[in-house]
Design a protein around this ligand. Structure first.
Ligand code: FAD
Length: 369
């Protein structure tokens, strides 16, 4: 039997332990600093309502990943739209921006003139250039300028130069067609009142799980780590935490943005319109999004729980979409020898979802076959 250490017990870590168990022949140890598995995807309760830390619906374009998770935590498929509140118009609009909504905007003539001036095929070096090139300044101001600034805790969106399509096409950020047609991905949520929690137990059932455990020192080239004062060596290490930690920040610390989450209960059975699960706020409000959790959990109650999300510097929830930061993350990942993998949101330093975490865990297992 070969030994594997999994660092972190979120979706990526539990998913990796699970894949090794399915493959067989592995002695897996999973180390998690929190007293529970699942991190922000674990179901919590407030006022009798189940919720997670942020929405965490299962969103994928890959039926294979849906089928995989559905086998362990049966998933209910959902259909919904996203609305954005634009304070300067005092209106809710669809997001992505729908052409029909432009017709409802008080400054539609100005927007149309700006759209006519945009040109396809020019290079966009950052988020701001991409928006301006696709839809012009008015729609950028309404939907993206302040939203990106608060989401990423920055004052200049030109800093966001990674994960931007290289070329801008005219109107690329405008959508035509049925209101819910844009979201062709599968959107789903577990039927179980405790959400995904059973998966974390299923995935790690055969692993040695050490909760509330902190690794004190790392020797990644030697595939060794130390906890409770003792060094332990493994054949394979699968890391899911920020890669700079593993190398004692030798090139500098990676930047992340965090989130403050506030659940509130309202005295009504349902608050948002039927097909609306998310409300985004694109202006200078301090919060960025409201989510009505019942829409996912289908929890029955005469009251409803809304989660309010405030971007903050608390936690390592979002890797910065900046080339300098991606380059820095890659420098750490490049230091990892054969047999050490870095996956998951912080581990791969990418804005990835639950389905990507499962796919990355599957990919690591395939490489280890
Ligand atoms: C607010 C929010 C909303 C989201 N909504 C969705 C959504 O709707 N749909 C979707 O598909 N995806 C969503 N995502 C993304 C998705 O949830 C994540 O991609 C996924 O859960 C990340 O899992 P992970 O294991 O990579 O990281 P994490 O969940 O962060 O897990 C890492 C684990 O490592 C542990 N850890 C940290 N440091 C150490 C250490 N030194 N030693 C040991 N353990 C350590 C942490 O306690 C944690 O348990 C959302 C993310 C956020 C932040």
């Amino acid at each position: 039997m070969k030994s594997a250490l999994v660092i972190g017990g979120g979706f990526a870590g539990c998913g990796a332990a699970h894949q090794l168990e399915l493959q067989g022949g592995w002695d897996v140890t999973l180390v998690e600093s929190a007293p529970f598995l699942g991190a922000g995807v674990r179901t919590k309760w407030y006022g009798g309502h189940p919720h997670t830390f942020g929405p965490r619906h299962f969103l994928t374009r890959d039926e294979r990943l849906f089928d995989f998770l559905h086998r362990y935590v049966p998933l209910r498929r959902l259909k919904h739209v996203f609305l954005t509140y634009v304070e300067r118009d005092a209106q809710f609009y669809n997001f992505p921006i729908h052409v029909d909504d432009v017709e409802r905007m008080p400054d539609r003539d100005q927007i149309k003139a700006e759209l006519a001036r945009t040109q396809s095929g020019h290079a966009a070096a950052n988020v701001e250039e991409y928006w301006l090139g696709s839809v012009g300044p008015t729609l950028y101001d309404k939907f993206a300028r302040h939203y990106n600034q608060k989401m990423w805790q920055i004052s200049d969106n030109r800093e966001l130069d990674d994960a931007v399509p290289e070329w801008t096409s005219k109107g690329a950020l405008l959508y035509e067609g049925p209101r819910d047609g844009f979201h062709d991905a599968i959107s789903a949520y577990p039927y179980a009142p405790n959400g995904y929690d059973d998966y974390f137990e299923i995935g790690t059932a055969k692993a040695r799980v050490l909760l509330s455990t902190r690794i004190e020192q790392y020797d990644i080239p030697g595939k060794r780590v130390k906890w409770s004062g003792e060094w332990r060596t493994f054949d394979v290490i699968i890391n899911t935490i920020a890669p700079d930690i593993l190398f004692n920040f030798c090139f500098g610390e990676l930047r992340f943005v965090g989130l403050d989450f506030h659940p509130i209960v309202l005295p009504m059975e349902q608050c948002f319109p039927d097909d609306v699960f998310f409300l985004y706020y694109s202006g200078q409000e301090k919060f960025k999004r409201l989510v009505e959790y019942k829409k996912f959990t289908q929890h029955k109650s005469p009251t409803t729980l809304i989660g309010i999300e405030f971007p903050s510097m608390n936690g390592k929830h979002y890797a910065m979409p900046m080339k300098s930061q991606r380059g820095l993350a890659q420098k750490y990942i490049d230091l990892m020898p054969a047999g050490v993998f870095s996956i998951g949101r912080a581990g791969s330093y990418r804005y990835i979802d639950i389905d990507d975490c499962i796919a990355q865990a599957m990919d690591v297992a395939l490489k280890l076959k």
